[in-house]
Design a protein around this ligand. Structure first.
Ligand code: GDP
Length: 176
């Protein structure tokens, strides 16, 4: 759409990852710049929109689908990632099994999602450095190999959250 010389490109973004890795907290940090220690977990999926400026005349508007990580909602995920142009796959840097789960989401998307989907792998909770179980180097190497974006974030402190979405926005195909 066009408004005052500004171009806004809309993209659907799906958040995937194990329950409790901080998917909802990341979106709330991004969309509202808030963090809530005690928020209730997402049932099914929640929807947010947020605009990210790319340059003086261009912005990206993300339509964010935050999916529930629980096993019982797993069969719903394809409904969200099938028409998504970007996916953010989140794990918790203090829980190795959540990184394994993230890798299986990557494989599923590489098989089933749009071949042009932009995938970002995100190690959240990097404020909990003393409990770290997954190194950034390992994940960076995995991401490089698969052509994925990679960031470590903290929804709690806000570290790298805006940068994550800005990096994704810059990767999106913005044709005039
Ligand atoms: P989701 O199930 O993946 O959506 O995870 P939530 O956003 O509900 O977060 C699960 C728990 O982890 C909550 O208690 C959050 O407060 C906490 N949490 C989320 N992000 C962070 C973070 O970056 N650092 C810390 N220390 N805790 C976090």
């Amino acid at each position: 759409s066009v408004s005052g010389g500004n171009r806004v490109f809309n993209f659907k973004l799906v958040l995937l990852g194990e329950s409790a890795v901080g998917k909802s907290s990341l979106v709330v940090r991004f969309a509202k710049d808030q963090f809530d220690e005690y928020r209730e977990s997402t049932i099914g999926a929640a929807f947010f929109t947020q605009v990210v400026p790319v340059d003086d005349t261009t912005s990206v508007k993300f339509e964010i689908w935050d999916t529930a990580g629980q096993e019982r909602y797993k069969s719903l995920a394809p409904m969200y990632y099938r028409n998504a142009q970007c996916a953010v796959i989140v794990y918790d840097i203090t829980k190795a099994e959540t990184f394994e789960r993230a890798k299986s989401w990557v494989k599923e998307l590489q098989r089933q999602a749009d071949p042009d989907i932009v995938i970002a792998l995100v190690g959240n909770k990097n404020d909990l450095e003393t409990n770290r179980a997954v190194t950034a180097e390992e994940c960076q190497a995995y991401a490089d190999e698969g052509g994925l974006l990679f960031k470590e974030t903290s929804a709690k402190t806000g570290a790298n959250v805006l940068e994550l979405f800005q990096t994704i926005a810059k990767k999106m195909p913005l044709d005039s």
